[in-house]
Structure formats: C-alpha cells, structure tokens
Design a protein around this ligand. Structure first.
Ligand code: ZN
Length: 378
C-alpha cells in the first residue's frame, strides 16, 4: 500500500484517524480551519482576551490570585505566563508539576521567568518511585502514551491547587496553530483507562498518585466553578518571535526541541518511533505548514532528518533512570502493539455524550479542543 500525504500539510495515511477529502486534504487541516473560525487572533482575538481578563479580574477580586497558569519552563507556557501577567494584567499563580524529569534548563527558565515577572511559583513534586513506576507501567502496557500518568498529574495539580486556593480560572497554553492536535490513538487519557493500566501493570502500591475521575471533574467544574481558558487560541504564538522575546526579556534558554524541558520525552519519542513506527514530529511540523511558518517541502525534509532522540546513549540514560533493563525494553518493543481501545475506558460513554462535551468545551468548562481531539481524530 502506498502512503498518501495531505495535499496541504504533511499528515499522511500512516497516522491513525487521518482521512482525506476529494481534494486530497486531510481532516486535521479541516479541524484547523474550523478552530481558526472559532478562535480568531488579531484585533478580534485581543478584544476577546480583554473580555476574558475583565471577567477573570472581577471573579478574583479580594483574593490573592486571579488565575492559575500551568508552567513547564518551556516556550509556550513561559510566553503564556508573560502574556497573562503583562498583557492581560492579571495576578497569576504559576503551577508546575515535577515528575522527576525536569531538565536543568527548564529549572533555570522557570525561576528566571517567574522571578522577573514577580509571579509566585507553586511546584508539586511527584513522589519519584511512584512517578517512575507509573511510567514503567504504561510501557509494560505496550501503549503509545507512556507519559499518560504525567498528564494526569498535571491536570490533578492544576485543579487541586485551584480548588484549595479558591481560584476559579485555570489558563492553559496548548496551541492548535503551533503544536497541532495529536491523534487520539496516540495519547488518549481517562480515569477508567488509567486505573485499568495501573491495576494490571503496576508493581507497587501507590500512595501519592491522584487520578482525575469524572466525579472530580464534576465537583471542580460545577461545585467549585473552575473554568479552563486556553488563551493561546487568541494570540499569534507562531514563529521564532516568541523565543526571541523570551530570551531578551528573561534570559530564557531554548532547549532546541519541543517538550525537552522534560527529558523523559527523549524516551517517549524513541519508544513511539521504534515500537509504533510513528514520529511525533509530524503533528507539529504539519501545524507549522498550515500556519505558513514552515514550507511543506521544508517540513517533509525535516521529517526525513535523523531526530535528536535517535541517540542510544540518551535512551540508555533514560532507561537506567527508569530502572528498566534494556532487555525488557527490547522485548516490549517487539511485543504486539496496544492502543487505549484494547483496555477498559470511558470512551464509549464519552462518545454517547459527544454533543454536551462540545458545548462544555465552548463554554470553557472543558479544554477548548477536547471535542475535536476526542471525536474528529479517531
Ligand atoms: Zn492536512
């Protein structure tokens, strides 16, 4: 079978859930265009964000903080924190989840950005033996999303801090323009699925890990009234102007690789490429083609170049830190591939609730593109 490549971006038929229309354009391009209409940037975007700022400020009146901004020390969250503080003129609390894999660069960036902006930083440090075991558990499950429990940890840290501090707004900085939308099969997450993997593959008793279940979400959203605003959808975050501003303003250092503020991603990317034969870079490169930051030719060429994570020393360092033998890892690479639908999950329930979920995404109760991700990339 030949591989079909989108006529507009570079997504191809090897990516799960990718479909093409009669013009050879993929469903991710269609999702992008729909999101462009739903979330404008420029003057209209600035006007929307001023409206958000007014509302957030009003709700935060009399409290120490107006909102929470999730931060990693990376490009997108650092710029988001700057934007919230200096452009929207809000009083954020920066919240960071530390899974034990923060790079030295990320730590430096986090303190430089927070100190310069005079923003308080609240770091939740995951118990290292549990953090390590949870990642190993997802590797043993043979699924592509081995940082699943880190993302549960991030969601838990943001919501629990908001609930404890009485903060009503969580500001996120995922960018469909800059990062694209990852196909659901590559990184599906829900509490029932997480619990199923832990039950079957975890080899230690967990004391510190907090799952994020439907009843938690209902409590935080409807009793605590916590709202999620993805402000990145309403400003232009594309291109290297962002890195330049961060470097000039904060002495921010570029790791040179997306997500490498957290070094476990070297293993995440390597494992996906060698076990599942996919390259995470395709989603982000395709997004950059759609926004015109990169040409289609350059993106196709970049995808052919050897990635930074094809580095055996780096992979062996990661495995050693994870306490995973190379022998067992190689056996897992050779074992049959699994996806979330091979395990129990809430996905059938979520499919039944498709329309209310769309409304909740647009009302900022759920993250902005959760609807597109869950139902249009499968
Ligand atoms: Zn496309």
């Amino acid at each position: 079978m030949t591989t079909q490549i989108c006529a507009r971006c570079i997504m191809d038929s090897t990516v799960p859930g990718v479909r093409f229309d009669e013009h050879g354009v993929c469903n991710h391009c269609r999702i992008h265009d729909n999101l462009e209409r739903a979330f404008p940037i420029g003057d209209e975007g600035a006007r929307i964000l001023q409206g958000v700022a007014t509302k957030v400020r009003k709700v935060g009146k009399g409290r120490k903080y107006d909102c929470i901004v999730g931060v990693s020390g990376g490009r997108d969250t650092s710029y988001c924190l700057y934007y919230v503080k200096e452009v929207m003129n809000l009083r954020p609390l920066a919240v960071h989840f530390d899974n034990g894999w923060d790079s030295e660069t990320a730590k430096t960036n986090l303190s430089r950005v927070c100190d310069t902006l005079d923003v308080d930083l609240h770091t939740i440090i995951m118990d290292w033996p549990e953090s390590r075991e949870l990642t190993n558990c997802t590797i043993r499950a043979c699924v592509p999303y081995i940082d699943l429990t880190d993302d549960v940890g991030i969601a838990s840290a943001l919501y629990r801090t908001a609930a404890n501090e009485g903060i009503r707004y969580i500001i996120l900085s995922h960018s469909f323009r800059e990062e694209g939308i990852t196909p659901l099969a590559w990184n599906y997450m829900d509490a029932r699925y997480t619990r199923a993997l832990i039950k079957r593959f975890c080899r230690m008793k967990l004391v510190h890990f907090d799952n994020v279940d439907i009843h938690h979400m209902l409590y935080w959203s409807f009793i605590k009234g916590i709202r999620i605003v993805n402000i990145t959808n309403h400003y232009d975050d594309t291109g290297d102007k962002i890195e330049k501003l961060l470097a000039e303003r904060f002495g921010w250092i570029d790791t040179g690789q997306h997500h490498m503020d957290n070094e476990i991603f070297a293993l995440v990317y390597y494992y996906a490429r060698h076990k599942f034969g996919f390259d995470w870079r395709i989603v982000e490169l395709a997004a950059k083609v759609r926004t015109g930051v990169t040409s289609r030719e350059d993106a196709l060429h970049a995808l052919q170049t050897k990635p930074f994570f094809e580095n055996e020393d780096l992979v062996n360092y990661c495995l050693k830190k994870q306490g995973f033998s190379r022998e067992e890892f190689d056996q897992i690479l050779a074992a049959p591939n699994k996806y979330f639908y091979d395990y129990p999950s809430y996905y059938p329930l979520l499919r039944a609730l498709r329309l209310p979920i769309k409304l909740l995404c647009r009302a900022h109760v759920l993250p902005a593109h959760a609807y597109e991700k869950f139902f249009e990339t499968m």
